[in-house]
Write a protein that binds this ligand. Structure first.
Ligand code: SIN
Length: 174
């Protein structure tokens, strides 16, 4: 069995919580990251969803995150774990992923497309921030998700204006 590559762009950047033997900052092209996915199982509850990131196709966009290489022996266990963790509307996609070192790998990416039941879509950033500020779920406060992602991207030297603007609205920087 071959190794598995997983590309994370949300919580999987700052809290992978699965076994991997290598990780490297990476980008995927033609996708943009947005807080457009509702969360009733991690950062909100049914009736009061939080907001988490998904990817939307966009011709000129790129999204930076973290790519993880999973050893063949761990592959099935990790896939089962991730399918469970991402069950709130996300589906598996295979995407060419450019590691910062230059290599391109085919990676598994969990994307929540607009046809899933939890999808919320666009809203004014201030409204998104208000929703996040008041949302809490089994995995914790929705604000933590935004701030941890913002911090992790900054640590990677990545400038994501959507994430940074939201983080600013949720802290003194707003
Ligand atoms: C990901 O991080 O790649 C998927 C979305 C999430 O779990 O936050």
């Amino acid at each position: 069995m071959s190794a598995l590559w997983v590309f994370g762009y949300g919580s999987l950047v700052w809290r992978p919580a699965f076994a991997h033997r290598r990780r490297e900052p990476a980008r995927i092209r033609h996708w943009t990251r947005r807080f457009w996915q509702g969360s009733t199982d991690h950062r909100g509850v049914p009736g009061a969803p939080g907001r988490v990131v998904t990817l939307l196709p966009e011709a000129d966009a790129e999204t930076w995150g973290m790519a993880y290489e999973v050893a063949p022996a761990e592959r099935e266990r990790v896939l089962a774990n991730l399918d469970h963790r991402e069950k709130g509307g996300y589906a598996r996609h295979q995407v060419p992923t450019e590691l910062r070192s230059g290599e391109t790998v085919e990676a598994l990416v969990y994307v929540a497309t607009p046809d899933n039941d939890e999808f919320l879509g666009d809203a004014p950033l201030e409204a998104i921030a208000r929703q996040i500020a008041s949302s809490v779920g089994p995995s914790g406060a929705n604000v933590e998700y935004v701030l941890e992602l913002d911090r992790a991207l900054r640590d990677l030297g990545v400038d994501d204006p959507h994430v940074a603007a939201l983080a600013a609205l949720l802290t003194d920087r707003g």
